[in-house]
Ligand binder design. Structure first.
Ligand code: FAD
Length: 467
């Protein structure tokens, strides 16, 4: 029977990154993945394919503005969705192949099959052909991720009532896509099909889209997306989603108790994701789950069984690839006797629409609720030379700093390239910078990053220079 120091169940960003770090630290490492391709949700049906489609549809959308730049395109410009989806798949295949390369390079043994606990130190692998193999491992890391969740009265038929997985491989551009849930996934995929010509309606239970983020970001994103043609039904509770031939009929109740009916040809159900532990047989090893179905862990990501750990979407916290990666590294280093640490407050959140939305730290709503005295400084992108030169003038950067100490407590931004710009805010906050620290650092001109410096100037004595 094969023996390992560490066995990881699940090859998503949590699992495969953990495997690499374990191998780097000298552990004999195995990874078990039930699908033939590595990379989990993120690489196969999440982050990477959605960004590929966002990129392709963005190119198409930008074409509409070529004339403003003095570029005349003659002849037909049209979308070939089949080609677009094929390109997306090629990007996915290449990226997943890259993970396989990294496993081989780091001498990580890859098992294809469903991993299930036989005991706290042994895992059975059930392969696709039905054959089984049992391996022994001193330590085991559960990295089984998550699956789309739904509402109890909705039947996902995967044809017209779909999840994000199907939305990444549609065969036609919907005429009218009705999205249930205005969170990150729904809004990103909504923008893809909006750009490709679909009518897109978003039904959201809360009073705003991307409800976990600072309210100012929701407001600005709503404004921009409305300008692009997306329709919003916030504070609407979905009552039913039903097929009627090739149509999907969505009924929702607004705050006044009135029922609205939306008829589309596709409905994307994006109401969140749930931890995935099916087939894992966790109870056989004595691993406890929470009442929300997550694997219960302590601060070291250790489960109720001391040699079994869990990371990523299957445990509490933000369902984000980079959070899963940090946790994968943390467990590997903890097993090696190091003292790693994750500051969960500094895990950035990003929405990859255009304009991009990104944030780190506390929102204004959270600071108010906690009774923290803070000051805020904002700077609009439209006042930046670089934004005007490129024609990307929507959005702003907002910095929240402690009223007394000036320490940066939160940075919220919407605009071009914010997904990358947020790294500056994370770095500053990791080093506990004050808003004045940021305001005194030189930022190259002309760049979008100047908005961060200007917002920091605005937060410290209203000193912004270009407004
Ligand atoms: P997963 O990536 O879910 O991987 C778990 C793996 O475990 C899967 O491959 C599964 O097959 C395997 N598995 C499960 N059970 C078993 C078993 N018993 N035996 C063997 N294998 C098993 N996050 C971001 O940070 N940025 C983004 O831009 C982003 N975009 C997204 C877009 C979409 C459409 C979706 C759906 C998600 C997106 N996410 C994004 C979220 C991100 O994909 C997840 O947070 C991330 O994949 C979680 O990583 P993980 O390693 O915990 O689990």
């Amino acid at each position: 029977m094969s023996q390992f120091d560490v066995t990881i169940i699940g090859s998503g960003p949590g699992g495969y990154v953990s495997a690499i770090r374990c191998a780097q630290l000298g552990f004999k490492t195995a990874i078990i993945e039930k699908y033939p391709t590595l990379g989990g949700t993120c690489l196969n049906v999440g982050c990477i394919p959605s960004k590929a489609l966002l990129a392709s549809s963005h190119h198409y959308e930008e074409l509409q503005h070529f004339a403003d730049h003095g570029i005349e395109v003659s002849g037909d410009v049209k979308v070939n969705l089949t080609k677009m989806i094929e390109r997306k798949q090629a990007v996915v295949d290449q990226t997943s192949g890259g993970v396989k390369f990294l496993m081989d390079k780091n001498n990580v043994t890859v098992f294809e099959g469903v991993g299930s606990f036989e005991s706290a130190t042994s895992v059975k692998i059930t392969k696709n052909d039905g054959s089984t193999e049992i391996i022994e491992s001193k330590n085991i890391i559960i990295a089984t991720g998550s699956k789309p969740s739904s509402l109890p009265f909705i039947t996902i038929d995967k044809e017209r009532i779909i999840t994000s997985t199907e939305a990444l491989k549609l065969k036609e551009v919907p005429k009218h896509l009705v999205i249930i849930g205005g969170g990150v996934i729904g809004i990103e995929l909504g923008q893809v099909y909006l750009r490709l010509g679909a009518q897109v309606s978003v039904v959201e239970f809360m009073d705003r889209i991307i409800p976990g983020m600072d309210a100012a970001l929701s407001k600005e994103l709503t404004k921009v997306l409305k300008k692009q043609g997306m329709k919003f039904y916030t504070s609407h509770k979905v009552q039913s989603v039903e097929r009627n031939g090739d149509a999907v009929v969505v009924k929702a109740e607004n705050a006044k108790g009135e029922i609205i009916t939306l008829e589309g040809d596709y409905s994307l159900v994006s109401v969140g994701r749930k931890p995935y532990t099916e087939g894992l047989n966790a109870e056989k090893a004595g691993v406890k789950l929470t009442d929300r179905g997550q694997v219960e862990v302590n601060d070291h990501l250790q489960t109720s069984v001391s040699n079994i750990y869990a990371i990523g979407d299957v445990v509490r916290g933000a369902m984000l690839a980079h959070k899963a990666e940090e946790e994968g590294v943390l467990v590997a280093e903890y097993l090696a006797g190091q003292k790693p640490h994750i500051d969960y407050n500094l895990i950035p959140g990003v929405v990859y629409t255009w304009p991009e939305v990104a944030a780190v730290g506390k929102t204004e709503e959270q600071l108010k609720e906690a009774g923290v005295a803070y000051k805020a400084g904002s700077f609009p992108f439209r006042a930046l030379g670089r934004a005007r030169a490129g024609g990307d003038i929507d959005g702003f950067v907002k910095i929240l700093a402690d009223a007394k100490t000036d320490e940066v407590l939160g940075v919220h931004m919407i605009g071009a390239r914010c997904a990358d710009l947020i790294a500056e805010a994370v770095t500053a906050m990791e080093f506990r910078a004050s808003a004045e620290d940021i305001s005194r650092m030189s930022h190259a001109h002309p760049t979008f990053a100047e908005a961060i410096k200007e917002a920091a100037l605005a937060a410290t004595g209203n000193r912004a220079l270009h407004v």
